[in-house]
Design a protein around this ligand. Structure first.
Ligand SMILES: C[S@@+](CC[C@H](N)C(=O)[O-])C[C@H]1O[C@@H](n2cnc3c(N)ncnc32)[C@H](O)[C@@H]1O
Length: 232
């Protein structure tokens, strides 16, 4: 009762109570990277903008697709022979993110909505959907089979680490990995993100270099990585 009254009072005064402990954010600060992992880096305007610089064709994957907005762009810009789609497809009309009412309005399930949007590409075998937990679905793919992968599923450190463990096996030696939400803290949902820490640890362990830092207006940036050639 008192708790709610305090919350309402603070809210009236324009304050928000953030439940996240500061230590949780501090624990997510990534390890520093050596300069040689940046020597071929470029900065671009957005995650969309970078696609023009990436190789076309081949086998690509998007892990975490939501409504398929970025999927549509990947299909158009990268023109893959095969596009692997992984998502738990667990969004419902009552849990839609970003104030969306797409599922509520269409009265479709998340999976139905995505299938309907890409029915032509699914029918011709270009898009293949793996509904389920990201790291479990990634485990089903053949090793060293993917040319480009976009990772945008769970954003906690533990989830990203589990995904990266799989991705590192499934990506080809010269394949490209693009990570979304390279940021320490979601300032709208008030939760820490583990993407930078998991990504830096992966870069150090597997000798991946940063090809692009893709800026974002709200600083939910992307990073694009590729394994550094041996001897470089
Ligand atoms: C941020 S949205 C993806 C947005 C999409 N990449 C885009 O740019 O349009 C995250 C998606 O990942 C899915 N997701 C989150 N954690 C997941 C997990 N561990 N396994 C599978 N899907 C997951 C959610 O269902 C949601 O659709």
């Amino acid at each position: 009762m008192i708790k709610r009254a305090v919350k309402q009072l603070l809210s009236k005064m324009g304050y928000t109570i953030i439940k996240t402990k500061l230590e949780e954010v501090e624990k997510m600060i990534p390890p520093p990277l050596p300069a040689n992992l940046f020597e071929n880096s470029r900065v671009c305007n957005s995650r969309e903008d970078v696609l023009q610089w990436l190789p076309k064709g081949g086998v690509i994957a998007e892990v975490g697709v939501a409504y398929g907005n970025f999927s549509a762009l990947l299909l158009e810009q990268l023109q893959p022979e095969k596009f692997i789609v992984i998502d738990s497809f667990a969004i419902t009309g009552d849990t839609e993110p970003w104030k969306q009412t797409v599922l509520k309005d269409s009265k479709m399930t998340h999976l139905e909505y995505y299938q309907n949007k890409f029915h032509q590409e699914i029918d011709k075998g270009q898009v293949v959907i793996y509904p389920g937990l990201s790291w479990e679905m990634l485990a089903k793919l053949p090793d060293k089979s993917i040319d480009y992968l976009y990772l945008d599923a769970g954003h906690s450190y533990e989830e990203v680490v589990k995904d990266i463990e799989q991705v590192s096996q499934k990506i080809k030696d010269n394949g490209i990995i693009q990570f979304n939400d390279y940021t320490l803290f979601d300032c709208f949902a008030f939760i820490p993100y583990g993407v930078p820490k998991a990504v830096h640890e992966f870069m150090l362990k597997e000798n991946y270099e940063l090809l692009f830092l893709c800026l974002h207006r709200q600083f939910f940036c992307d990073v694009v990585l590729r394994r550094k050639e041996i001897g470089c």
